[in-house]
Structure formats: structure tokens, C-alpha cells
Write a protein that binds this ligand. Structure first.
Ligand SMILES: *Cc1c(COP(=O)(O)O)cnc(C)c1O
Length: 459
């Protein structure tokens, strides 16, 4: 008895090298592994007793797995949410990937005028293409739509300070991004008008005074109001802004360049073309939502305003790099050539239920064959465009439904998430569901392998 206590008290913290040897080959860089092992050992040192070597190894291996899972990596999106901010929003068109490869792997004329043999303008081609696409006098690009808003608000509030905005549009977009806070962070003052559910054009008219810098309209891209609700239209605000000589900016967020009806979605998402025609002086939207390109904040509108924005010192801090610009240029060209079928975000939205059902039947057949005893059927799902777009519309979809027998639904879901590549689905009622709309057909084989493996492990 005494001896055992003494041995435990004497157990030494193992050397880092011994743990590294026991780990064997690992795909993470050695300094990262060494750092992790050191941190684990110092945690153990802080405890009263040192666990056995094997328990330490279990601990280290688990932490390494967690660290490895946190590396940016592809996943299979079985949620049915097409523009998923947590999953990187738009999948890029193949044409854009080729452009990334070409531009990223060498030198380019990023800021060089080839004809003149001298320094040139960054992004001049893509700016022209975007202006044409949005029927605007001019266009420019910054890092994302939030950056576009910051740039715009900063520019217009240099002398006058107030941003007039409806109380119904002080929205939060995603985790912790609030329009009101963004505006205030730039040093501008919010001049809120109307009520949460009702803002009339007279509310705007009354608020405009000598200190008004801009009127900002923010598209309710991730929620909708029904019932006793009213808001002033872009036309009304546009007319008022012209009369009062106040710049009018509309933040469209999702930026559907292709009218959503053409994608088979019943709800209409205002397009930049429409917003400009209805009287907005400037419109901003994201590059990686319904536009289907890389992360970017696209600003289109009056030429003199775009020119002024580009002269802002802040513009330099928010400008896009060559990779974003090359992917954006490729995506803009696809839009202009009406090759929208090659833009994955738009293609995914248009897949018919028949196509999905055929894939589901084939997947279920193969799974039943490979995994006798697995309860797998094809089911119905309601996907979403997501990413702060079209909050009302559901996309009818087809799912692979699994009822695990020997494990809980959360355990089954966790096993699929631990697969390489991780497979993410959702639980509805008594089943685990994978929506095929957001799973690319070339991933069907991977999906079958992942489910078979999860079945033999836990299901
Ligand atoms: C998504 C969204 C933004 C933010 O766009 P990012 O490109 O993610 O910065 C801003 N405004 C609206 C209305 C949005 O929907």
C-alpha cells in the first residue's frame, strides 16, 4: 500500500521527446506539435498527480485531433443552406479557380498598364465590368460589404455627421455585426427615424436638416416583417433625397444580380440595377452571397461619388488583393456572358427535386447494400438560401434520412463530423438528415463511404 502511493508520487512528467517519439508520424508542423505537447505537460504539472504515460498520450492525441480539425479544410455541407456563412458562403466557379491559380502563382498586371508600360490602376477592368452589369455609371470593390459601408459612411460624414436610417433597418447581420454599431464606430451619428415596424417617407423628410450627411437604407436581408408594418420605398426616398440634395445609399447585402425569380425562387430580392434605377446614388452588396463570387464589397453608382470614395485614405486600407480581384473578375465575366449555370451558388439554387430524388435513390440503394441493418431512406427537406438572403423562401429539397440503431443522434452526427472530409447534417425529429441540394454530385461517393464507416463504428 505504502509502496504504491510512493510510486505514484514519484511518477515523473515525461520528456517532450518521449511523447513525440510515441506519437510517430503526424501531419502537422513539428513546432505546432511541440508547442501543444508542452502546453499539455504544463497543465499536468499544475495538477497534483501525474497520470500514467498512456493517459497522457490519449490526452495529447485528442488535443491534436481537435487542433487538426480546426485547420481550414473542405467539408461536405448537408445542411441544405446554400450560402452558409460558417461554411465559407459561395463555392467559387471553376473559371474563377483557374483565374486564382493563374494569377496567384505568378506575376500579374495588378497595377500595371501593359500598353503604356507604366504604373496602372488596380481593378480597372473589374470595375468596368461590374458597372456594366449593374447598369451603373461606375463601380469599385473593397474587402467586404461591411467595409463598403464603413468607407461610405466615413466619406460622407466628414463635414456633416448624421446618418438618417429607419428604426426598422438597424439590423444585425450574422454574429455580432450590427449596422448601427458599424455606423457609430466610424464616428458618425445615427439619426433614427420611424418606429421598428413603421417608417414613412414623412419620417425621413422631418429628420433631414443641415447636419444630414446621408440617408441609408438597409435591405432586410435576413428577416422579414409582416402584420402592421410599413416602410418607405427606394423610389420615395430617392425622390426626397434628390429634392433635399442629400446622398442616398442603399445597402442591399445579398446583391442578387440575376433576378431571383429566374432562379425559381418566388420571393423577389431587389437587384442593384433596380435600386439604382429607383433613385439610390450608391448601392453596396457582398461578392460572396447571391453574386456567387469571392468575399468582396461591391459598390456601384454615381461616378463622382465612386471617384471620391476611391480617394479616401481608408480605401487603401480596405482594398482587395489580387486573389479576390481575379476571382471577382472571372465571376463578373460569367454574369456578363450569362453563363450563370457555371456559378455554383446559382446552380445549386436551380437543381430540380427530380434530380435530387434520383441521386437520393442511388445513394440509398448503395448504402442498403453496403450496410445491412442500416435504416436509411430518402426524405424531404427544406433548404434555405441562407447567408442573409431571402429570409422567407424555403427551397424544397431531398434528404438522406438515417435512424441510427445503436447510437444517439448527436453521437452519430459527431461521428460523421469526425470523418475526413467532415460531413455536416442536421437532426429533425427521430432522424439524422443530409440535404442533397448542398452536396455536390461528385461528393456522393465520399458521402456513401462516410456513412458506411459511421455505421460500422456506431450506428
Ligand atoms: C451580408 C450583409 C452585409 C455584410 O456583408 P459582408 O460582405 O459579409 O461584409 C451588410 N449588409 C447587409 C444588408 C447584408 O445582408
Amino acid at each position: 500500500m505504502h509502496d504504491r502511493i510512493r510510486t505514484r508520487a514519484r511518477r515523473q512528467i515525461p520528456a517532450v521527446g518521449r511523447i513525440l517519439d510515441a506519437l510517430g508520424h503526424c501531419d502537422l508542423p513539428r513546432p505546432i506539435i511541440v508547442d501543444l505537447v508542452r502546453r499539455k505537460l504544463s497543465e499536468i504539472r499544475a495538477q497534483r498527480s501525474v497520470p500514467e504515460f498512456e493517459s497522457i498520450m490519449v490526452l495529447v492525441r485528442r488535443s491534436l485531433d481537435e487542433l487538426r480539425a480546426s485547420r481550414l479544410q473542405p467539408i461536405i455541407n448537408g445542411t441544405g443552406i446554400v450560402i452558409h456563412t460558417n461554411f465559407g458562403r459561395a463555392a467559387l466557379p471553376h473559371y474563377a479557380i483557374c483565374a486564382l491559380n493563374e494569377i496567384g502563382s505568378g506575376y500579374s498586371n495588378l497595377e500595371y498598364d501593359i500598353a503604356a508600360g507604366a504604373r496602372g490602376q488596380r481593378a480597372s477592368y473589374v470595375e468596368g465590368a461590374l458597372a456594366l452589369l449593374c447598369k451603373a455609371e461606375a463601380a469599385t470593390v473593397v474587402n467586404n460589404c461591411a467595409a463598403a459601408l464603413v468607407l461610405i459612411v466615413r466619406h460622407f460624414t466628414e463635414t456633416k455627421t448624421e446618418v438618417v436610417i429607419s428604426r426598422g433597418e438597424l439590423v444585425q447581420i450574422g454574429g455580432g455585426f450590427r449596422i448601427g454599431e458599424i455606423i457609430e464606430a466610424t464616428g458618425a451619428k445615427l439619426r433614427e427615424v420611424g418606429a421598428t415596424n413603421k417608417t414613412t417617407i414623412n419620417d425621413y423628410a422631418r429628420a433631414i436638416g443641415p447636419n444630414t450627411a446621408i440617408i441609408l437604407k438597409v435591405h432586410r436581408s435576413n428577416f422579414f416583417m409582416s402584420g402592421f408594418a410599413e416602410s418607405a420605398s427606394t423610389e420615395e426616398i430617392g425622390a426626397l433625397a434628390r429634392k433635399k440634395r442629400v446622398p442616398f445609399v442603399e445597402d442591399l447585402g445579398s446583391g442578387a444580380v440575376v433576378p431571383t425569380e429566374e432562379l425559381g425562387i418566388a420571393d423577389h430580392e431587389p437587384t442593384p440595377v433596380e435600386a439604382l434605377k429607383r433613385g439610390a446614388d450608391l448601392v453596396c452588396f457582398s461578392g460572396d452571397k447571391l453574386f456567387g463570387g469571392p468575399q468582396a464589397g461591391i459598390i456601384v453608382g454615381k461616378k463622382r461619388l465612386i471617384v471620391a470614395l476611391k480617394r479616401e485614405p481608408l480605401f487603401r486600407a480596405l482594398r482587395c488583393d489580387k486573389l479576390s480581384l481575379s476571382a471577382l473578375q472571372a465571376t463578373a465575366d460569367l454574369h456578363l456572358n450569362q453563363r450563370t449555370g457555371e456559378i455554383p451558388t446559382l446552380a445549386l439554387l436551380q437543381i430540380s427535386e427530380d434530380q435530387l430524388s434520383a441521386r437520393a435513390a442511388a445513394i440509398c440503394d448503395q448504402l442498403s447494400e453496403r450496410c445491412p441493418g442500416l435504416h436509411v431512406t430518402s426524405g424531404r427537406g427544406t433548404g434555405k438560401t441562407g447567408g442573409g438572403t431571402l429570409p422567407k423562401s424555403n427551397l424544397p429539397s431531398v434528404t438522406i434520412d438515417i435512424v441510427p440503431k445503436n447510437s444517439s443522434l448527436p453521437d452519430f452526427a459527431a461521428t460523421l463530423r469526425a470523418w475526413n472530409p467532415p460531413v455536416i447534417g442536421y437532426v429533425a425529429g427521430d432522424r439524422f438528415k443530409l440535404d442533397l441540394r448542398t452536396i455536390f454530385p461528385h461528393q456522393d461517393g465520399l458521402l456513401i463511404r462516410a456513412i458506411s464507416a459511421a455505421f460500422s463504428e456506431v450506428a
